[in-house]
Write a protein that binds this ligand. Structure first.
Ligand SMILES: Cc1cc2nc3c(=O)[nH]c(=O)nc-3n(C[C@H](O)[C@H](O)[C@H](O)COP(=O)(O)OP(=O)(O)OC[C@H]3O[C@@H](n4cnc5c(N)ncnc54)[C@H](O)[C@@H]3O)c2cc1C
Length: 450
């Protein structure tokens, strides 16, 4: 048997479904997909990260007697070129977003594909309500999976140790610049591997539930990017967290967070239209104000917390979870701009960008999705900064012109603007006015639907 092992978002050799299920002779490959790369800007940080980790995967595969052939092109071109070389199947892990589904449909017509659920703990088909329909609310979904999260460890895939490397020219390695990208500086935590991040996190997990919302602290695991590219599998992470010596309830809380990732993948699988449409089918009259949207993107809204979060994001490709919740609420409620625009902007830069989590979370913030925030619960960014960044440590670290300003002014609407010596943008909307406008619009949209 001759098989192609197509690594995509599972860049590891441990707990690998494809290395476990492969037989006989194999050609492990990675494709730098032109369909995706051509849409990215040349300074995209994710390509630097993936590039580095593809080379690492090549080394890891070599250490177990295999290798990695690296291609640059469209998947269609690559598999057309491999079609007549006698391969029986392509083995790969499955993805449920629209592009991935269409791509795989096209490729399976060239060479048969065998797919595995390897990036998530459950297959979405394996958790249905008693009436066989999918859950739309997180808590019952999560409770139905207690047999998983109550267990001490999950079974991992053991790789088949009898695989033989197919003769191939494995030495062709394009440089990052040959792919059209410029090497980027990455946030420091991405210089660490998943085990190092878990070790660091194990020292703070006992305060996770209390500290995780304080975005000036480094209190979360920082593992989303590693999970996204499969440098660690969610099963391995689950097992390692279970083994950490720390307060049980805090570990359970963290594992529950991992199931939000499962939940959004589940929702995208069962409701694929949610990639493009409001899941709850309400019709909101979104504002088309491009100027306000651009100010949100650039961090020039005149609200210090929103601006700090967005400027930091533009610089680093990362954003703390609570800040994501606050800026998405501000865009979809205070500015009344369609969540799809924010989702797309995040997708263009977020280092841990993952279609299902991003779409699900944006629909959550916009009160249009599964188990979404009620439309009348709108974050007030000033109250949020006063509560979670009392001394304005995060805000001042990003907006240097506010360094000498009293934090109380920063947490007051128009407070910063009242200082005539500061050159800081005026607020683009009043918080009270825009909040009421959003509530009225969502009330109308919800009433019209029912
Ligand atoms: C508008 C918005 C967009 C988002 N887009 C993404 C995205 O594209 N990719 C992504 O991985 N996460 C996304 N999230 C969820 C969350 O913000 C990140 O997973 C988290 O900030 C990553 O940091 P961490 O690994 O330190 O998190 P931790 O607090 O350490 O959490 C551990 C893990 O749990 C998972 N998790 C936690 N919260 C969520 C959540 N709400 N949804 C899904 N998974 C979660 C992640 O895999 C995370 O790595 C988004 C949230 C919002 C509000």
């Amino acid at each position: 048997m001759k098989q192609i092992l197509w690594f995509r978002r599972d860049l590891r050799v441990t707990d690998s479904a494809i290395l476990a299920n492969a037989k006989d002779e194999v050609l492990p490959i990675f494709i730098f997909d032109k369909n995706i790369l051509d849409k990215l800007s040349k300074d995209d940080k994710r390509v630097t990260f993936i590039y580095k980790n593809v080379l690492k995967l090549k080394e890891d595969l070599k250490s177990i007697g295999l290798d990695l052939a690296i291609f640059y092109g469209t998947p269609k071109e690559v598999f057309e070129s491999l079609k007549n070389k006698g391969f029986d199947t392509i083995l790969c892990s499955v993805d449920f977003d629209n592009y991935a589904k269409k791509r795989d449909e096209e490729i399976s017509k060239i060479i048969a594909m065998e797919t595995f659920t390897d990036s998530f703990i459950i297959h979405p088909k394996d958790a249905l309500k008693s009436d066989k329909t999918p859950y739309k609310v997180f808590t019952p979904f999560y409770k139905s999976l207690s047999f998983i999260w109550e267990s001490e460890s999950l079974v991992l895939f053991e790789r088949n140790k009898n695989l033989k490397k197919i003769e191939f020219d494995y030495d062709v390695i394009l440089g990052l610049q040959d792919l059209g990208f410029i090497k980027q500086k990455l946030p420091e935590f991405l210089e660490k591997n998943a085990d190092e991040l878990i070790d660091e996190f194990s020292l703070k997990i006992s305060n996770y539930q209390e500290d995780r919302d304080f975005f000036y602290k480094n209190a979360t695991s920082n593992l989303a990017v590693h999970l996204r590219f499969g440098l660690i599998s969610p099963r391995e992470l689950f097992n390692k967290i279970k083994k950490v010596r720390a307060i049980q309830s805090q570990k359970d809380f963290y594992i529950r967070e991992l199931f939000w990732r499962e939940f959004y993948n589940y929702i995208l699988f069962h409701f694929p239209k949610s990639e493009f449409e409001n899941l709850n089918e309400i019709k909101v009259n979104w504002s088309l104000n491009e100027e306000n949207f651009q100010k949100w993107c650039d961090g020039n809204t005149g609200v210090p917390l929103i601006d700090a979060a967005m400027r930091y994001f533009n610089l680093t490709g990362t954003m703390h979870n609570r800040l994501r919740m606050i800026v998405s609420s501000y865009l979809t409620k205070n500015l009344l701009i369609d969540w799809k625009k924010g989702e797309e902007y995040f997708a263009s830069k977020l280092l841990d960008y993952e279609a299902s989590s991003n779409i699900g979370s944006w629909q959550w913030a916009a009160s249009t999705g599964a188990d979404a925030v009620p439309y009348f619960r709108i974050f007030n960014p000033y109250l949020q900064s006063a509560k979670f960044d009392k001394d304005a440590i995060f805000i001042k670290s990003v907006i240097l012109e506010l360094k000498e300003v009293n934090p109380k002014l920063i947490h007051t609407e128009n407070g910063v603007q009242s200082n005539l010596f500061l050159n800081y943008p005026a607020q683009i909307v009043s918080i009270e006015f825009s909040r009421n406008r959003a509530i009225e619009e969502f009330k109308r949209a919800n009433n019209e639907k029912s």
